[in-house]
Design a protein around this ligand. Sequence first.
Ligand code: KG4
Ligand code: ZN
Length: 336
Amino acid sequence: MLVLGIESSCDETGVALVESEGEGVPRLLAHALHSQVEMHQAYGGVVPELASRDHIRRVLPLAGEVLARTGLPLADVDVVAYTRGPGLAGALLVGAGVACALGAALDVPVLGVHHLEGHLLSPFLSADPPEFPFVALLVSGGHTQLMRVDGVGRYALLGETIDDAAGEAFDKSAKLMGLGYPGGPALSRLAQEGDPEAFKLPRPLLHSGDLDFSFAGLKTAVLTQAKKLGPELPARKADLAASTQAAIVEVLVKKSLAALKATGLKRIVVAGGVGANRLLREQLDAACARRGVRVHYPELSLCTDNGAMIAMAAAMRLQSGVEAASGSYAFDVRPR
Ligand code: KG4
Ligand code: ZN
């Protein structure tokens, strides 16, 4: 079965082809991605209307690119999958519209995929895919969740953020340090030159005894520290970045270890944009190695939004029988 996947929930247009055969882990044949980051940079964040228009411009050429790379004709596609949500409504509608149009033209079913399930299953795109069950740490720009994953569609929420997401904490802290958009990668680059112990920043909910997160207070503490530094801020920016990153990463690692302990599982999957963070990977790898726990990540290039994870999630849902693709081409997007 050949699945064409389309991602257009935010500021990346992604298209991919995944092939599944029998019971084996579906295989990525090709994917293509266009990032709108440069276009939004001038505004300091994603401008929804511009995002939708750019998705329209990019999506079909990207689909053409993917097909050309595999040498397969469009007519070979068996199912068209798209990101149903969450995301920006207008941006989602582009992917949904194109998916339904292709489905109708080819007379094949379509399947709307939850964006976070795409992230969650993205480690299955790697050469060394995980086995169920596992704990998942989902850390994106909009979500921070710990889950117990027993199989495709069998997800139990263990804990989540009660306010800002980890990615948001990176982005907002970076913004108030004047590091631009997207802030996460910029902040972590600058942090390499700083002292992570230079500033004492809070580790919210670290000892709360549950698996929830809170990052809003940390962001306020960074703002207070930045104000206190005043004219000294430019000279101390790397130290503040390193201290901020250390605080976020420590909370993510400790809560992940607590989730492993609570479930008794010996495997953890880290997915979502913040999963690209080097310090998080180093610290989690070290802590898990000491406990005999396997850590799985998606490939670095597939940590942030992409079409491959959407095609993969669709292929796995269909393969495991948790959902059938639909022959109805009514647009169905769920922004929230
Ligand atoms: O998963 P993603 O691409 O989009 C959402 O679904 O939200 O995640 C984007 C988030 C942003 O907040 C971005 O700053 C963060 O991931 N991010 C990082 C790094 N790379 C991306 N945060 C910290 N360190 C990184 N290297
Ligand atoms: Zn995402």
